[in-house]
Design a protein around this ligand. Structure first.
Ligand SMILES: Cc1cn([C@H]2C[C@H](O)[C@@H](COP(=O)(O)OP(=O)(O)O[C@H]3O[C@@H](C)[C@H](O)[C@@H](O)[C@H]3O)O2)c(=O)[nH]c1=O
Length: 237
């Protein structure tokens, strides 16, 4: 439930065969917000189901988590943009608090730190991979983050100005690293992490996990951004 202090936001939902999860996810989009479902080549009727539940559907033919997220970002127009997987593992209703935090100037990027609610919500190899990654991010940025989860909120214009280039599984990490390089204030809040509905395309397979590790390592090897974009909140006020 949103209240008058929470500004409107667009929620980007990368979607690859998530027909079973979509009704649950879309029912939890805060009132007055827009769901932007990015169909990344689904063959299970996800796009039709998304439209039937009031979402704006855009299509991204190039397969990849980053490609779907970025095409979604380009399709948004609200001042605030959120991201959420649409596999029913995370509740987009929690994004109201994230957006309020950015709006009130407390942070520039808010991330959800996943807390598994049940066995099987987070495959052990993915948890270990995430912990290793969080340590690498700490070394690279100095940020003491515990998770690089998909649930997040920020202002649209500064997000676009980061010029994110990764179109695969390195996208969530590149956003954090570039934001840190620009001096953004990044916060994380615990969020319940449920077992996903349907089949995982990333951490559910060794190939998907290997690709993610490879993509994330490529991002960590990128040289820090040279230009100074100035942290969003300073500019926005
Ligand atoms: C692989 C892929 C996923 N997606 C969508 C489907 C889901 O809503 C969402 C996540 O994909 P899943 O198969 O559920 O992956 P997953 O269940 O393994 O989730 C993972 O996603 C990674 C991106 C995160 O970095 C991981 O932290 C983890 O959240 O992205 C695409 O749109 N295109 C793609 O090519």
């Amino acid at each position: 439930m949103t209240d008058s202090t929470t500004p409107r936001a667009d929620v980007v939902l990368p979607c690859l065969d998530e027909a079973a999860a979509l009704p649950w996810v879309l029912a939890r989009i805060p009132d007055g917000w827009r769901a932007v479902v990015v169909d990344n080549g689904s063959t299970d009727g996800s796009a039709t189901i998304a439209r039937a539940h009031g979402a704006t559907v855009v299509y991204e033919p190039r397969r990849g988590f980053g490609a779907a997220c970025h095409t979604g970002l380009l399709a948004t127009d609200a001042d605030f943009v959120c991201f959420c997987d649409c596999d029913a593992s995370l509740d987009p209703g929690l994004l109201s608090g994230f957006v309020r935090r950015v709006h009130e100037g407390g942070a520039d990027l808010v991330l959800g730190r996943r807390r598994p609610q049940e066995r099987g919500a987070w495959p052990p190899h993915a948890r270990v991979g995430n912990a290793v990654l969080a340590r690498m991010v700490r070394r690279r940025t100095g940020l003491a983050l515990h998770d690089l989860g998909p649930l997040r909120a920020a202002r649209r214009a500064p997000l676009l100005a980061l010029g994110l280039t990764d179109r695969r599984s390195g996208y969530p990490l590149q956003m954090v690293v570039r934001a840190a390089d620009e001096g953004w204030r990044i916060e994380e809040y615990e969020v319940p992490y449920r077992p996903r509905t349907g089949k995982s395309k990333v951490t559910g397979t060794w190939r998907g996990t290997w690709r993610t590790v490879r993509d994330m390592r490529a991002v960590l090897r990128e040289p820090p951004a040279t230009h100074d974009l100035a942290a969003p909140t300073r500019a926005a006020r």
